[in-house]
Design a protein around this ligand. Structure first.
Ligand code: G6P
Ligand code: MG
Length: 223
């Protein structure tokens, strides 16, 4: 058996910290201003999806896809982002989700590389607020890739920068699009959250508290 775990590549929003909730709050407010209401089930489709694509999906839901010019859409996306930036400005290291700091520490202790693969242009700000930048051997954010999740590019880029083969990586995601990206990259996919929404993952935990080093290593080698 020559299978070996060399790296764990994390999504940010909804995995390391609960910024998925802030994205939801900010989009929901903007949508309501446009007369569009959406629920958490619809929100699953926005997770892991870029800012502009998220706006397009919300407008399509409200049958408003053709109502705005490109410049107006940019202004709407900007407005959502300003609200989101207000929400993340208050974050502190206490906003790390349960178990994440222990997991990062244990991965370091075991010499397993750590990557971040986030579609967010705010990723560096969030990592700074959480004060965990030193744990990451590479950070790949939206600025560094052309294709959005579910395309595997962001995870493959992270693996390349870490100098490891995708088959030796675990990817951790809370989004349907993210799990699909990990699978398309030929990595072992761990989903955090709803079993039904993340059913494509190789291993699913309900919350990050179950994301222990032992549990993920056991799951990886069991495959
Ligand atoms: C992540 C989140 C999405 C968000 C995207 C872009 O993938 O899961 O909800 O839309 O990043 O984030 P940004 O901060 O650039 O608007
Ligand atoms: Mg996410």
């Amino acid at each position: 058996m020559n299978k070996q775990l060399k790296a764990v590549i994390f999504d940010l929003d909804g995995v390391i910290t609960d910024t998925a909730e802030y994205h939801f709050i900010a989009w929901k407010q903007l949508a309501e201003e446009l007369g569009i209401t959406f629920d958490r089930a619809f929100n699953e489709q926005l997770k892991g999806v870029s800012r502009m694509e998220s706006l397009e999906r919300i407008l399509a839901l409200g049958s408003q896809a053709d109502r705005y010019t490109m410049a107006e859409k940019e202004a709407l996306a900007h407005k959502k982002n300003e609200h989101y930036k207000q929400l993340i400005a208050r974050m502190t290291p206490d906003d790390l989700l349960p178990g994440i700091l222990d997991l990062l520490r244990e991965l370091k202790r075991q010499n397993i590389k750590i990557g971040l693969a986030s579609a967010s242009k705010n990723a560096f700000t969030v990592i700074e607020r959480l004060q965990i930048g030193a744990y990451f051997d590479t950070i790949v954010d939206a600025a560094k890739v052309k294709n959005s999740k579910p395309h595997p590019e962001i995870f493959l880029t992270a693996a390349e920068q870490l100098g490891v083969h995708p088959s030796t990586c675990i990817g951790v995601e809370d989004a349907q699009a993210g799990v699909a990206a990990i699978k398309a990259a030929n990595m072992f996919a761990i989903g955090v959250g709803d079993k039904e929404a993340l059913k494509e993952a190789d291993y699913i935990v309900e919350t990050t508290a179950d994301l222990t080093y032992d549990a993920i290593v056991r799951a990886f080698y069991r495959e």
